[in-house]
Write a protein that binds this ligand. Structure first.
Ligand SMILES: [Fe+2]
Length: 580
């Protein structure tokens, strides 16, 4: 039985998302106290079920009982979502097929086509009522009482995550993804109102011509997992012999006019055309042409949105915002003054966006996103207790975890690093990371192929002290990006120092860390002292095919099965029994 300390009458808003990468978030008096995705608790990557475990975590973290939450924001109520809420077997089958856990049968292509058709429909009275009924039933079963359930449009959630998260008083807001609530994106102006921020809609993008669905289809045709492996298409494109725009037939599949994205092809005809092109072109060129198509059309959308609104500060979210190379071009080619990309840009971030949207409607001023360390954290005593239950792992208390890890990394070892509260979002940002020297190609290949078992063309990203950014990066302009959301071109004379974390085109996706008292910053400062460079290769701490580790148990399990000798966890150095 869990007991909750009581808080006296706060304005508590729970954000809930129960689709692809389900999750929840809790906002108390405008402060984001906790947010996490269900996959980290169920250990099923990109979990799609109702996020009971993450809701439980958010309440515990905020010190609230379910009956103390009076407002809940639920994202997305289109007919497809309503249907899968009441028929979860459909959702589960789609999840298993997409993740290659179930073999397709003769009906799969027809179901897939039906799914794309139904997901493009707008919400209606019935789908909203069914969604509301379902969520209320699930929440009541968890102990919620007398709460007001607010249904929030899918893209308004993305838009609020970008706008509120940015902390900008006024900005252009863009959301772009596959599809949600009958739309594949939108453009808004964000301006602070008398009590809180407000969005003013400038344009909505119809679901029938979706760049997100286009890129998903390309990913699927390349035998990668759609809505998951789009980054692999992006990185493979770097290795293609470039196809001139005039010879790229995919560029003729979209037009952008007056902030309207359109296609001369029906979705079915587009699918047939893409199948034909996948057969005709080698994989790298197919990926290149698709990436170029996304690049050209996203840039044109942003150019038109900036021209129409006259705004140069931009906040951006939605699945397409995960493309760090396109984000770099938005920053570099369009005269953008500042670009904020919400770090959990895909649907996994909808819970935070929903909570902020409801707070905005209620006139509750919200703090912008600061730290993304919004998940569970564990005290040393708990780590020790859990380690005692693991066979073959020895813990040794160390004076400085940062110095210990930095020494091992400088000597050429890969180190598992588990510190503080878990990150929110797809990137490991120094709480649950695997770290190594950034200048070693053999170490990078070993990590990629043996430890992470990823495609050979996927690069790693670096974490670097923010003060190193201007020395290493060509395009750095005194605005540290702490979230790894935008690529930067690496200076030619620094490419050797960052050889293990550079893409084929000379860019990297850096996390810039302030020089402060956090353990991760200490580690980078110590590395600078030992190696002359305050940077490290940083990749997510997970077992192959699993989500990033959440608890010490997950970390011990991953550590005991990996070909890595050292893990720095809390105040301890963990070693394997019998290891030198
Ligand atoms: Fe979305």
């Amino acid at each position: 039985m869990i007991s909750y300390p009581i808080m006296a009458g706060p304005t508590a808003i729970l954000g809930v998302w129960d689709g692809h990468d389900a999750g929840s978030a809790i906002l108390v008096e405008g402060s984001l106290l906790a947010a996490a995705n269900e996959e980290r608790f169920t250990r099923r990557k990109l979990e799609v079920h109702f996020p009971e475990a993450s809701i439980g975590f958010c309440l515990r973290q905020a010190g609230l009982r379910p009956d103390q939450v009076s407002r809940v924001a639920l994202s997305t109520t289109d007919p497809s979502k309503a249907m899968t809420r009441w028929l979860p077997s459909l959702k589960e089958e789609n999840y298993l097929l997409r993740r290659r856990k179930k073999l397709p049968d003769w009906a799969t292509p027809y179901k897939r086509r039906f799914k794309f058709w139904v997901t493009s429909l707008r919400p209606n009275c019935l789908s909203r009522a069914l969604s509301s009924l379902y969520a209320s039933k699930r929440l009541r079963a968890m102990g919620f009482r007398d709460f007001e359930l607010k249904l929030v449009d899918h893209h308004l959630c993305h838009a609020h995550s970008a706008a509120v998260g940015s902390g900008l008083p006024t900005c252009l807001v863009v959301s772009l993804d596959g599809v949600g609530d009958g739309s594949c994106g939108g453009v808004w102006e964000w301006a602070e109102g008398p009590r809180a921020g407000r969005l003013r809609e400038v344009a909505r993008l119809e679901a029938w011509a979706s760049l997100g669905i286009f890129f998903e289809t390309v990913t699927h045709l390349m035998n990668f997992r759609e809505v998951e492996d789009e980054g692999k298409v992006m990185t493979l494109a770097d290795y293609a012999c470039p196809v001139p725009d005039a010879d790229n037939p995919m560029l003729r599949m979209f037009t952008v006019e007056d902030l309207r994205l359109a296609s001369p092809l029906s979705r079915r005809s587009a699918q047939v055309e893409l199948e034909r092109l996948a057969w005709r072109f080698p994989a790298d060129q197919f990926a290149f042409m698709a990436h170029r198509t996304v690049e050209v059309n996203v840039l044109e959308l942003f150019r038109q949105a900036m021209a129409k609104t006259g705004m140069k500060d931009v906040a951006y979210a939605g699945g397409i915002a995960a493309n760090v190379k396109v984000n770099r071009l938005i920053r570099e080619k369009l005269g953008v003054r500042s670009l904020f990309v919400f770090p959990h840009m895909g649907d996994g971030g909808l819970a935070v966006g929903g909570a902020w949207a409801l707070a905005s409607e209620l006139g509750v001023p919200c703090e912008p996103l600061g730290s993304v360390f919004l998940g569970p954290g564990y005290a040393d005593e708990e780590i020790e207790r859990l380690a005692a239950a693991e066979r073959g792992i020895i813990l040794e208390k160390v004076a400085s975890p940062a110095k210990t890890a930095a020494g091992l990394i400088a000597s050429g070892e890969a180190v598992f690093w588990f510190q503080g509260r878990m990150e929110y979002g797809p990137r490991a940002l120094g709480a649950r990371s695997i770290l190594a020297r950034p200048d070693s190609l053999p170490l990078k290949d070993s990590l990629n192929l043996r430890l992470k078992r990823r495609a050979w063309h996927q690069p790693f990203g670096p974490s670097m002290l923010a003060c190193e950014a201007s020395r290493l990066l060509e395009e750095y302009r005194d605005a540290p990006n702490p979230y790894m959301t935008v690529a930067y071109m690496v200076k030619k004379d620094c490419r050797g120092s960052l050889a293990g974390v550079i893409s084929a085109d000379g860019t990297c996706r850096p996390q810039m860390v302030p020089e402060d008292d956090s353990p991760y910053s200490h580690l980078l400062q110590e590395l600078r002292r030992l190696t002359g460079l305050g940077a490290v290769l940083n990749t997510s701490f997970n077992r192959h095919g699993e989500p990033i580790v959440c608890s010490p148990e997950d970390a011990f399990r991953a550590f005991s099965q990996a070909a890595v000798d050292h893990m720095v966890i809390g105040s301890f150095l963990a070693k394997k029994a019998g290891a030198p």
